[in-house]
Structure formats: structure tokens, C-alpha cells
Design a protein around this ligand. Structure first.
Ligand code: PMP
Length: 416
């Protein structure tokens, strides 16, 4: 499916009441009252369709994959490999380009160890941005340290956007690799990844895009973006936890050595030496998470059933409303106000630490995240130890925004 087809608004009617009813957990009572779930950047809730697909897998299809002739083994393999086809279609890549992983973190580590480490030499640079999640910093530091290479990070503007010229100026003949987030989990900033990839490729530098915060909110057509590696987690896109994918150019996967050894990733094994399976299986050692794959595929069906464009438009409306309402609160400072941003509101208040604000909000049934959000360098950039972060998904509504604003007013009354 083309990007334009995915974006076509005619693809769906956005029925918020129906969408909310699809998520059983939204009717849970918390602290004795209504739940306003605004911690979607940490993990989204799961719709019935995903829960049912995973339940169905274990009730009717479960066996081990790839290894037997019996009927259930065939069903399990069909379910698992069918999920690979579904995920490939969502990102407009071929099935051989889809490597299943435990999530974004594992996918980045796979690229760091299997693709980059063998190429890294002393003095090489790996260029990141100053807004990366720790999972898109630490794996690069680990491989850089072994090679005597260096991790460098591009500056961030005061509004939380990337200083693109500053980033481009850091590309140099020593730059061996570029990694960037697509959407910042702390600020919501949407990075100009297509332009970044074009600039890096013009200099022969491969690029990894961390799409953890993007895939449930933006249409991602990987060939159009041109990313060498695109990584994501199912659980941030209405799918199960502990599952995700590396989507990579075929020529890279073909040339990459295995990084985990075990069953399924081999072609032959003898004590004299072993030979490796084709990608993607070369990178999927051991029994995989079949139900996870099925759940991820069901989540992508769910997203396509509503339409990503409609979901994003709804979230954007909530972002605009939330931004305007939070700006009216005295002593509240929004962190991350880039023109191009997803539905994430990060802020601090002068009356109390983020942790205390979060505790008051929790008493009011509002689930937000407080802390450094695994972006400690970004906290340092903005001179704060922590923020409160409210992040939206397609099922959030006006009442959630109202509840948040009421909760913050209460926090102010208590602490100011
Ligand atoms: N990158 C970003 C931008 C994220 O938001 C997250 C999750 N918070 C990750 C990477 C890591 O994802 P996971 O924990 O699912 O591997």
C-alpha cells in the first residue's frame, strides 16, 4: 500500500466511543475513580482484537515453529510467518527484511553488534541527536568503547527541535554511522528523518531510525524514507510487550554475521564449524515469541482498520487543546514546543518536583509518567532533573484532558 493510500481519510470513520470500547482496560477503576490513561509513550493499551488474536493463537495454533511436520506446528508456522507478511506490508518492505526482535532496544543492539562493530575503527564517530532515548545511545557507546570510536550528539534548539544545521555540520569523514529517533519520547519532536537520511547517504553513511514513538502515529513507508535500518516495538502501537522488529535493507542483512547463536539461525552445525541460515532467520536464534508476532500483526490490522491519518488527526487535536490549557496554568513550563511534534506534553511546575505532581495526578486517576524518560542527556540540556509527561493515543478524549487540567489545578493548590 502506498503512503497516500494509507493517508486517505476516506479509509475510515473515526468513532471515538467505539474505539474506547475496544480497550477493556479503559473501564478499569483506579484509585476508586475514572482512569485517564496518559502514559501511552511508555506503552499503549491493547484492544480486544489483539487480546483475541493472541488468545486464539494459544488455544488453536500453538506449537513450535519451523521444526515439525505435524498440523499444529504448521499452524504455528503459518501464524508466525503470516505475521511477518503483515508487518512487511505495513512498512512497505519485503518479508526477508523483517527481523523479529524483543523490541526496539534489542533491534538497536543487533545493528550495533552485527552491522557496526565489525566496521568500527579507532577515531570513528557515531552521530546521534541530543534527544535520543538511552536505548539509542548506550548500545553505540558499548561498541564504540571497544573500537576506540566516539559517540557524538547534535544540538537541540530551545523549542526541542533538532538544530538541523548543527547536525549537518557534525557529519564529517570520520562519521561511520548515524542514528536518530523519528519521534522523541520526551518532547514529541518529529525529526526530519528523510532529509537526515538524504544528507547522510550523500556522504555514504548508513542510518538507523528509532521508530518506537512513530509507528502508531505517523505513516512510515520505509523505502520512501530510505532508512538502512528502522526499528520499533509492538507495545507502543497497541500490540504486545516484549516484541518488535528490525526492518533493514536486504543487502545489509545479507552481509551481516549472526549475533545470537542457537536453534533456527543455522544451516548446518558440526563440531568443526557451523554455517548460517538466510536472513531474517539468521538473526532469530531460539524459539521466537509466536504469540507476540500474531499480536503485533493484529495491532497493525487494528490501526489500518481505523486509519493512521484519522488517529493522528484526533491526537493532534488533543495536543492542541492540551497545550493551550496547560499554557494557562501559572508556573507551568512546557518542555518541547517544536512546530512539528506528536501528541506528547512534557512539563515542569515551579511549585513542586515532577514526582510529587505525578503522585497527586495518580490520586486523581491520571496515569502520567514522571522522571527522565530514559533521556538523561536531554534533561541536562533543558536544565531539569525530570518532567511530567502526558502522552496521547487514539482512544484518549476530551474528558482525559479535563481530568489532567483539574489534577494539575489540585497540585497547584497543594504545593503553590
Ligand atoms: N526508543 C524510544 C524513542 C522509546 O520511546 C523507547 C521506549 N520508551 C525505546 C526506544 C525502547 O523501546 P523498548 O523498551 O520497547 O525496547
Amino acid at each position: 500500500m502506498s503512503t497516500l493510500e494509507k493517508l486517505a481519510p476516506a479509509a475510515s470513520v473515526f468513532d471515538l466511543a467505539k474505539i474506547r470500547a475496544d480497550f477493556p482496560i479503559l473501564s478499569e477503576s483506579v484509585r476508586g475513580g475514572r482512569l485517564a490513561y496518559l502514559d501511552n509513550a511508555a506503552t499503549t493499551q491493547k484492544p480486544e482484537a489483539v487480546l483475541r488474536a493472541m488468545d486464539h493463537y494459544y488455544r488453536h495454533q500453538n506449537s513450535n515453529v519451523h521444526r515439525a511436520v505435524h498440523d499444529l506446528a504448521e499452524r504455528a508456522t503459518m501464524a508466525y510467518e503470516g505475521a511477518r507478511d503483515r508487518i512487511a506490508r505495513f512498512f512497505n518492505v519485503s518479508r526477508e527484511q523483517v527481523v523479529f526482535t524483543r523490541g526496539t532496544t534489542e533491534a538497536i543492539n543487533l545493528v550495533a553488534y552485527s552491522f557496526l562493530q565489525p566496521k568500527l575503527q579507532a577515531g570513528d564517530e557515531i552521530l546521534l541527536t541530543g534527544m535520543e532515548h538511552h536505548s539509542n545511545i548506550v548500545p553505540w557507546q558499548l561498541v564504540a568503547a571497544q573500537a576506540g570510536a566516539k559517540v557524538v550528539a547534535a544540538p537541540i534548539n530551545d523549542d526541542g527541535s533538532l538544530d538541523f544545521d548543527g547536525w549537518r555540520a557534525m557529519l564529517n569523514p570520520r562519521t561511520r554511522f548515524v542514528a536518530t529517533g523519528h519521534v522523541s519520547n520526551t518532547l514529541g519532536t518529529i525529526n526530519p528523518v528523510a532529509e537526515m537520511i538524504a544528507e547522510a547517504h550523500a556522504r555514504g553513511i548508513p542510518v538507523l531510525v528509532d521508530g518506537a514513538q512513530a509507528i502508531a502515529h505517523l505513516s512510515v513507508d520505509i523505502p520512501t524514507l530510505g532508512a538502512d535500518f528502522y526499528v520499533c516495538s509492538a507495545h507502543k502501537a497497541y500490540g504486545p510487550t516484549g516484541f518488535g522488529a528490525l526492518l533493514a535493507k536486504r543487502e545489509h542483512l545479507d552481509a551481516m554475521p549472526p549475533w545470537h547463536g542457537g536453534g533456527d539461525m543455522i544451516r548446518t552445525v558440526s563440531f568443526e564449524g557451523s554455517t548460517w541460515n538466510e536472513p531474517p532467520y539468521r538473526f532469530e536464534a531460539g524459539t521466537p515469541d509466536m504469540a507476540g508476532a500474531v499480536g503485533f500483526a493484529a495491532a497493525l490490522d487494528y490501526i489500518d482498520g481505523i486509519g493512521l491519518a484519522a488517529m493522528a488527526a484526533h491526537e493532534h487535536a488533543l495536543l492542541l487543546e492540551g497545550t493551550a490549557r496547560l499554557r494557562e496554568i501559572p508556573g507551568l513550563r512546557l518542555i518541547g514546543t517544536a512546530a512539528h511534534k506528536g501528541a506528547i506534553l512534557s512539563f515542569v511546575m515551579d511549585c513542586a518536583h515532577a514526582q510529587d505532581i505525578g503522585t497527586v495526578l495518580d490520586q486523581e486517576g491520571i496515569a502520567v509518567r514522571t522522571g527522565h524518560h530514559c533521556t538523561m542527556p536531554l534533561m541536562a540540556r533543558f536544565g531539569v532533573p525530570a518532567t511530567v509527561r502526558a502522552s496521547f493515543a487514539a482512544y484518549n478524549n476530551q474528558e482525559d484532558v479535563d481530568q489532567l487540567v483539574r489534577g494539575l489545578a489540585k497540585a497547584r493548590r497543594l504545593f503553590a
